[in-house]
Design a protein around this ligand. Sequence first.
Ligand code: GH3
Ligand code: MG
Ligand code: MG
Ligand code: MG
Length: 294
Amino acid sequence: MEKILIVDDSLLQATHLRNILGDEYDITIAQTPEEGLRQASSDSYSLILLDVVMPGMDGFTLLKKLQEEVITRSVPVILITSLSDVESEQKGLVLGAVDYIVKPFHELIIKARVNTHIKLYNYRRQVEYQSQTDQLTGVANRRQHDLCSATKWNEATRLQVPFSICMFDIDYFKRYNDTFGHPAGDKVITAIAKEISSYLKRTTDFFARYGGEEFVGFLMGDDSNKAFEHLKKIRQAVEDLHIPHDPEVAQWVTVSIGGITIVPQEDKSYDFYLKIADAMLYDAKKYGRNRVVW
Ligand code: GH3
Ligand code: MG
Ligand code: MG
Ligand code: MG
């Protein structure tokens, strides 16, 4: 059941709304704006119904706060209020509310509007997910990499923590396709993506398909040695999948990895180091493949 958060200082109002929507949705009631803010950022709601006139922080102020937080920003908010003047309604909509409902309301109208906004929200989430996910493998795509790397690089620069960037490329993959066929090649790309991503699962890690049979990853916090050791483990894990290759080139399908660990400085960009990781990958190929160059 999808979750709706009702923020209203009047328990009578909130209960009335819950009676209307409770059959279709899982309702949580917050009776103060502070509690509303806490609830909104600690659970995943599909919609927030927000009263405007409340003691202390009013609904407009709470709405502004919700819009400022990354985790609550995308959740649609409907303002429900007795303020029927144009200025208030305009203010609410400009602040980012998806809808504005004046009390007293008809329950059928509330239901219809709530259903519509939840449908739109789910559609938007689905589109967002698809635009950032690689269709073949289900891991992040290059677009998500571009978004995430910028955010995380800035964070590492601010916190001055080590940041490792690595590039992966499947060895002799053209030959694999030529020998076993493109559909079999697709399965290998998927299996390897799944394996590597299982080693880059911490919240400070990231892994994406960069294109074709190339992948990119980054890790935050580990020093150069630790990152290098971790990547060597990943290289071994891919080899240990024991995916048979064309025996003329190799027994198993393997990956080459190039990477670098740095403490980000203001004067050099993420892309600068990504290019270095790519050069390291090139060296790994040159030295014979199936190895990590750090
Ligand atoms: P190297 O060890 O130097 O990396 O050799 P390679 O043959 O892997 O290198 P190259 O970059 O020349 O070839 C990559 C091949 O990957 C070419 C292309 O046919 C294949 N490829 C790229 N994307 C896909 C894909 O989505 N599916 C499949 N099956 N193959 C792909
Ligand atoms: Mg009120
Ligand atoms: Mg390649
Ligand atoms: Mg390759």
